[in-house]
Design a protein around this ligand. Structure first.
Ligand code: FE
Length: 339
């Protein structure tokens, strides 16, 4: 390269890069970036509705929770993420404990989303609700035999119980809720009873619990409601039913998918606007149509299919306890040999 050409190209490159960064700058004022562990088909319709309403574009990056949390931490102040979205309060709590979020105080969110589904400091909010409850074979179990998570530790279920692995955050959050209500000692007895009653090694997926019950390997299990919803949509005659656990005591354990505004968001006002939109009736209606989940707001009803499962009382434990008790729940399950 001769000198003239190289000086010329340096000038061109610097002009181009200046205008490129100016363009990015301009775009960043009316666009947001979301890092999400929820898959594209579960988030894109929500973001499209937000863009249609506000003109603010939403870019998103999907991936595994651990990797996205590490990424936001590594990117620090330079992160493009304005919002981090994930499932399970245990994961939201962990992200908050890693200093990912900034507190948001919004009357709109407080008005739309019940208190127990939000972080007390405003670091994250639940946006859709799933119940983790008992599922049973309608061929082999009379629902009058069922009552609570704790009762699944009773010897009458010996060799009849299927559970999800203790490594899954859903299990950790459920056991965290039992610790919250009953304390360590009583919960230890319950987990010991569950392990004693297992018909098989704990399953990697909720779906496998349902197929095991259908195959006759076990009679009862605990699953997230939307997995049953999906199965029912595919096979309405499957001899399986949900039972609303703990209706006479603490209520059925619920959990959320949710999101928080990142600490280093370049555009926190618009990020809050997106979070507020996601809590709105308009977005909540989209949520319930997407994944057989319950709305987080109590201002609208559940979707047709899941409405047929009937009303139930939710456990009103603040979901931050799913995170606060997580270490205790993990060590308790390890001690009791819950794999
Ligand atoms: Fe799930």
């Amino acid at each position: 390269m001769n000198k003239k050409v190289s000086i010329f190209s340096i000038i061109v490159i610097s002009i181009l890069s200046t205008s490129f960064s100016a363009a990015v700058q301009a775009a960043s004022n009316d666009s947001l970036t979301v890092y999400s562990t929820r898959k594209e088909h579960l988030i894109k319709p929500l973001f499209d509705a937000f863009t249609a309403k506000t003109g603010i574009k939403v870019k998103y990056l999907t991936g595994k929770g651990g990797a996205l949390i590490e990424r936001i931490k590594l990117e620090g102040k330079k992160t493009k993420a304005d919002l981090f979205m994930t499932v399970d309060a245990g994961n939201l709590w962990y992200a908050a404990s890693q200093n990912l979020f900034q507190p948001v105080s919004s009357e709109i969110i407080e008005n739309n989303i019940p208190e127990h589904l939000r972080d007390p400091e405003g670091l994250w909010s639940g946006l859709s609700v799933r119940a983790r409850t008992i599922i049973y074979s309608t061929e082999r179990v009379n629902p009058s035999e069922l009552s609570s998570y704790q009762d699944l530790a009773n010897k009458k279920w010996k060799g009849k119980l299927c559970l999800r692995t203790s490594k899954k955050v859903y299990t950790k959050s459920l056991v965290s809720s039992l610790i919250h209500h009953d304390g360590m000692e009583k919960t230890t007895d319950v987990v010991r009873g569950w392990v004693d009653n297992l018909a098989a090694t704990p399953h990697a997926e909720d779906v496998h619990i349902m197929t095991s019950i259908l195959a006759g390997q076990c009679d009862v299990g605990i699953v997230n409601s939307y997995y049953f919803g999906r199965l029912q949509a595919e096979d309405p005659n499957a001899p399986l039913k949900l039972f609303w656990a703990n209706q006479n005591t603490t209520g059925t354990h619920v959990n959320v998918s949710g999101a928080g505004v990142t600490k280093h968001s370049k555009n926190p006002d618009d990020a809050i606007r997106l979070l507020e939109f996601l809590s709105s009736i308009e977005a909540q209606k989209i949520y319930v149509g997407l994944n057989k989940e319950y709305p987080a707001t109590q201002k609208i009803k559940a979707d047709n299919l899941i409405a047929l499962w009937g009303d139930f009382n939710q456990d009103k434990m603040n979901l931050s306890f799913a995170g606060k008790n997580q270490a205790d729940s993990v060590s308790l399950m390890q001690r009791e040999g819950y794999k």
